[in-house]
Design a protein around this ligand. Sequence first.
Ligand code: MN
Length: 638
Amino acid sequence: MDPGIAHNGWRLNTPPDRHDHRGTSEPARGHGHHGGDPSVAATELGLAVAVPAKETPDAPAPADGSGESALTRRLKSLLPWSTDTDPVSTLIRTHRSIHSDADPGIVRHAYETAERMHRGQMRKSGEPFITHPVAVAAILSDLGMDTVTLVAAMLHDTVEDTSYTIAALESDFGPEVALIVDGLTKFDKLFFGEAAEAETLRKLIIAAGRDVRVLVIKLADRLHNMRTLDARSTKSQQRIATATRDVLVPLCDRLGIQVIKRDLEDCILKALSPSGYALITEYLTQREGWDEYLERARSAFTTELKNGRVDCKITVRPRHLYSIWKDTVAGRHSEPHDLPRLVVQVEGDDMDCYAALGIIHGRWRPVPGRFKDFIASPKNNLYRSLHTTVIGPDGRSVEVLIRTHEMHLSAEYGVAVNFRYPQGRAGFGPAARAEQLDWLQRVLDWESAAAEPGQFLASLRCDLSEGQIIVFTSTGRPVLLPSDSTPIDLAYTLSADTGNRCIGSRINGRLVPLSSILADGDSVEIITRDNGADEGGPSEEWLDFVKTPHARLHIGRWFEKRSETVTIANKVRLGRVAVGLALRQHGRGLASDLPLVRLATQLGFPDLETLLVAVADHKVSANTVVDRLIRAVDHSPH
Ligand code: MN
């Protein structure tokens, strides 16, 4: 589970700085992803409720005195929403509240283009298709993404599903938007068959490596599809939810966009375990005294920290349904299992977080093994916070997350924070962004190495696995690895050469087998054979236990190279033996390779070896070679 990730009942479009944070006053959101119901879906988006337009041509003139003609009203009544609560205006307003200098005209233009292109198309729910790209753009405007992102989101399905072409899109909206939409356009299933899905994901990742907005739009796209999953058959629901769980949620986690990840996970739970979803929902509505206790704990913590002179704001952080469900299942609890949770947002920097921690631990006894310092060792998505659980008021366990305001925004919005605050607040800047996208670069490395998309997908899944540990090399350098990694994984993470030359390992000073599982905090020494020693290399059985795609890739590559040279050398030998045997049957022999070399050229082979390999592969028979050879030798001028 991810303890940093709370569900506090926020709407995406509420900037955290302006929210009252009283998550408890509102039953945890996410209980009702009634995708089929447009009014609910709209509310979930933080949009005005989409009331179907009821105006008719003979309805009285609008009270706002706009003096619309009957025709205008009639046209408006054909739109999927009433114009007073027009979601496009709403999302533009949200967008401008975050990016005050944004040009609303271009977003409107993108909407109009998409609306025209998709006109007549319907979603499975029966709603006009245009509601989908608008909802996706709304999610992204809530997230605080830039104008280009909203424009691309409006148009994201046009090239795939309408007659609009990438070329037309580029001339209408520019190359930046065109590149993003192209990255989001699926490969044709009819043309690419089974491989289409994997190839599409590969394409998406490559495009995201160039522009991460591609991936952010993809996540918003999937979120809206997941919210409206009810319109699909049970079988499709399960297929889509499973794929979302396996690939998109981990990608979302990597980008650190928790506001989207929480929603995705609750939708997945609903689709894959309706009974689990119902159980948790019921538990959340039925439990008694929960909110009262949290309020009491919150005020006790506030008083204590105030007395300790730590300036902070404490909020209650209910967890999302999926997170509670996962803990319940993992802990084999007979009843849903949840811990009261508070977030302490300190005014100040890292040191103030530790000061707050000291005060809390001084007053309430910490539960052993529950303290985690993600400030000193951030997660791979750059998540930073202190986590602890203490025996709080009334002797009940309370989970506490301590972070600065910047850490909090990063934890919620992840990579999107760079777009939300383009001027760069403390802690968000080009450097942070570059670091966050490091892994995408790494993913692209295997992409170029992986022969087929299936292999690439497997690597990607493994790299995205949630658990991770930090180990220290003999020089004290911290290295982040997926959990269950072995010394071999560490060796290949250090360098391909270190991996290939690895012959032993010490964990915390003790010699161990190379298949040993590393634990968080281990100090690991990799023993390698001398640089000069050429023989030896990775062992094939390492493939049975290595965890990282990186190590697997390099070991595989090493053997591929060798097996290729071994077989070719063997084949050359085999071919030569076959030709020699055939010659002997004719009572002949060869004094030199020269006639064979000449024959190889005559037969169109680049060299003798290639001819001999062809003989070994039975592409050319040894007898044919020998017949031609004898004729050539006998007819030569000598
Ligand atoms: Mn879409």
